[in-house]
Design a protein around this ligand. Structure first.
Ligand SMILES: [Zn+2]
Length: 106
């Protein structure tokens, strides 16, 4: 498994046409190893008029990215990090720790 990425994390895109952009994780899809990132990989969808969208028209939404195409950004030092996972003595609880500044990300 790649390093865990959670909802609310900031990630940077590593590949593709949006390489280098940063965004906030809106949702995580563990079964597909994908994450949806705010304002990244936005696609326009044409909607037919329906009860919710009476005018129809174009709706923008984010397409999920594969988790291997993004990297967690440390909220403390802004370094991109493959977050290390350390077990603390405290009941074996696993925490994500930035390898650069040693800050606990969780
Ligand atoms: Zn850091």
């Amino acid at each position: 498994m790649p390093a865990a990425i959670k909802k609310g994390d900031t990630v940077q895109v590593l590949t593709g046409k949006e390489k280098g952009k940063k965004g906030r994780v809106l949702s995580v899809h563990p079964s597909e190893n994908k994450v949806t990132v705010e304002k990244i990989n936005v696609v326009k969808k044409h909607m037919k008029p329906s009860r919710q969208h009476q005018q129809g028209g174009i709706v923008e939404r984010e397409n999920p990215l594969h988790i291997s195409n993004v990297m967690l950004v440390c909220p403390k030092c802004q370094a991109r990090t493959r977050s290390g996972v350390l077990a603390t003595e405290d009941a074996g609880k696993r925490l994500r720790v930035c390898k650069k500044c040693k800050e606990v990300i969780d």
